[in-house]
Every structure is written in C-alpha cells, then in structure tokens.
Design a binder for this molecule. Sequence first.
Ligand SMILES: [Zn+2]
Length: 312
Amino acid sequence: MTLTSVDLGEININVPVYDIAGNRPGKTLLVTGGMDGDEYAGMEACYRVVGRIKSKDIAGRLIVIPIVNTPGFWEEKSFNPIDQKFPKFAGVGKADGTPTQRLVAWLVESYAKHADFWLDLHGGSLTEVMSPFLWAWETGVRTIDTDVRAFIVNNAPRFGIFEWQRFPVGKAAALARMGCRYIVGEAGSSGPRREEDIRHHEAWIEAAMRLEGLIAQKKTSGRTPSILYEKVEFVRCKMPGLWFPADTTIRAVKNGELLGVVRSLNGKKSTAIVAKNVGQLLWIKSGLRALPTDDLVAIAHSPEEGNVYATT
Ligand SMILES: [Zn+2]
C-alpha cells in the first residue's frame, strides 16, 4: 500500500492506494470506496479484500482505493470539505480545476483510464436508509453496455438500475470511450456498517474480478435474475423544514402513495410528499432536516410500465 500525495491545487492530500500486479498478464480492475466520505461499508470491504489478495492469486492488475475522498472522510462528510463539492458529481475531473475536480482527474488519469472496469462502492450516508443495489448508465458503446447490464442482472441482490439515455453523456459514457466499464454498488445504511452490507460489497468486488478474469470464473448457480429499472426519481421539497417520513421501510411504492410530510419550523405550513411513479424505493432520508437540495426519497422506476405523473 502507498499513501499517495495528490495535488489539489491549494493543498496536497494523502490517499491510500493498493496497486496489486498479478503474477500473470490480464485485465485491470479499479475498485474505489469513499468517493462519498461518510459511506463506510464499501471502505471496509475494500480493506478486507486487499488484506487477503496476494499477487499470486490474480491475473492482471487489481487497484483498490478504499477512501478516495479522504478530506470528506476525516470530517465525516459526503462531500469534499475543501471546496464543498461532491467528487461523484465531478465527472471525469479537470486537472487544472477546483480541488474536487483535480482529485477526480487524478483518479481517472492515473487509474480509471487504464482500467477495463471501475467498480465504485457507495452506500447510504449518515442520514439515509437504503436497500442494496447496483447502478449503471447506458454509454452508447454496445459491448460495454451489454457487459454492464449483464453484470447488474446477475449480481444485484434484488434489483438494479441501468439508466437508459437517449443521447448517452456524462461520466459513464466518457469512461466507456476510454474502454472502462463503470458500475456503482450501493449498500449500507445510516452510518453503522452492517456485516451483510459489507458482504454485498465484497461479493461485487469478487464478481468484478471474475468477470475481468483476475480470478477464475465460477459455474453459474441458476440464480433468479434481478429486476432492472431504467430511471431514478429524486424526491425533494422546495420548502425547507422538518422531514417526517411516513415509513422508512425500503419497499415498492404506488403512484400517489404518501412518502412523508415536510413541516415548517414553526409548524404552520406542511407539504405532503407523494410518489409520482410506480416503482421501488432505493433510499429514504432518515434525518429530520429537509433542505430543498436534500433527496428525501429516491425511487427507481421504468417509464414504459404505464406510470402516470401525479401532482404533489
Ligand atoms: Zn455515495
């Protein structure tokens, strides 16, 4: 392991990098945890995997960065406190940009660009309840889209999302043009890193290693394919206030179902938050604060399934 010094322009930070070369040639897998600095189950899974993988166990190259956003980690924040920006929203970064853009540019230039597959591990933040799932985006590169879709169907616990895009843009498409498949794994809720969530992340790392041939393929076990959704709806409230979820159980929801209520601090106003789609809840904010920028609920859905948009 090396603690790598990364130049963010106004400051240098240290990021842990495990770069394991196999004892025979093969493909390159990049695994990252802690793009969001307060999502712990994926970080712990990364440390477990590098603790047991030796050079002789793999073909190719395994790069594991358990905590990318170390400034966020030290402050227990999702974002990077140096510029208050989220590395996950910085695309493929910018070498002469803001500190967060520089951090992501370093990651992409040094590692993702040379990788065949980037598995980016996330989870619920300190105030989110979540059910585990895999998430990826259509890129327009057919061979990559086929691989990524199959990976989700075969490895998501119950459901996953392969976001359909009419004109594929953004990070996944940019990475695909570099030859890199990009998948986000989401498991872990509200701070405590439960064993079952860490295990989901470990299983996804192992599956990615098998897919890319770092370790041998396993016989398929005839597992039921996961449900694949095509879109994600982020439910927010324009009025800042107190958030009272109707239920924090991760569940399927109906169009028009009450998700919760936001009340103003003086209790005089309240807004009902209602599902606009038939779909699957991904995560629910459990914290009391509701800001207009907070995702109170995220719902996965497939537009062709006859969803009707309701008014809130
Ligand atoms: Zn995250």
